[in-house]
Design a protein around this ligand. Sequence first.
Ligand code: GLA
Length: 357
Amino acid sequence: MMSAFESVFGAQPQAVAQAPGRVNLLGEHTDYNDGFVLPIAIPQQTTVAMRANGTGSFRLHAAELGSTVSFKLGQPPAEHFASYVYGCLVLGQAEGAAIAPLDIHVASEVPMGVGLSSSAALEVATLRCLRQLLDMRLDDVQIARLAQRAEIEFAGVRCGIMDQMASSLADTRLALLLDTRTLVRRFVALPPGSTVLVLDSGISRSLASSGYNERRAECEQAAQLIGVPSLRDVQTLGDLQQLPDRLMRRARHVITENERVLRAVDCGDAAAFGHLMNASHQSLRDDYEVSTPGLDLLVDLLQAHPAVFGARLTGAGFGGACVALCRSDAAHEVGREVLSSYSRAGQSGRQLVPPVL
Ligand code: GLA
């Protein structure tokens, strides 16, 4: 059977690689504050295939967008999706790889623009494919670091390292507890009898990149006023008293969220874990102000369901997906029932990830 690559470019690829999206269970907006995160990989993957094309230009085809763009290294493409791949190529070259023009095919199952890291999956899959094609000496952590730089330097989002570490190292069955300062990490089992459910609120994340960069700047300002290198280093909530109200609430979210991650990995109990997820949503809504009325409604419906241990928005916020921890034997009906209540309230959501991860 002809591969998708072949049907676009007329030959077989020389390298093919995949990387998954992720859903973050706890630890939101902590990674750029040197804090703790707890993502888990989702089954959906992005696949990148490459072949040297012997011409003077790179050609990049994105199957989901049905579009092909052409560019040269040194002349960034105008299309946003292409900037992620372009960034990885430029950074790969800076690592010493001689990258001749390629035909590149991208196909992705990762839902886009909902907070499940489709961009990190694209960056990590692109770098893995380059590593394979050119036999580059890059380990998975180096790939995550280059992928994060591609996002910051070429896509304009001053993100932390969670998504790229998750895409490069996480598992679909075990959560990845990551200290984003040291990159020390370990896998953590979900509480017995529980599973992860991911629902899309159907609300597009319009403010995501501008609001995101603004929150990051507020955290940096708060750390500077307190006199610590980053909010990770704040010892007690009492140290926040000197801050103006808005910065105090931003910092309080980060500090309490770090505590929630560390408590969750030791609690071993779905009810306690769920309680921490609920508290995380409240903090993201009231202190960090990255929720929306639609997300709050979907989270309320999830939290009110008897088979749900806890629920919260996931990812950067401002729209997009919610994550719930629910009874593993009831995940299908939770999704169905909550989505039908959500639609009775005039909203349109959908299930994003198969419930049993
Ligand atoms: C986005 C960023 C991550 C992280 C989350 C919020 O996904 O890419 O680095 O900051 O938002 O937790």
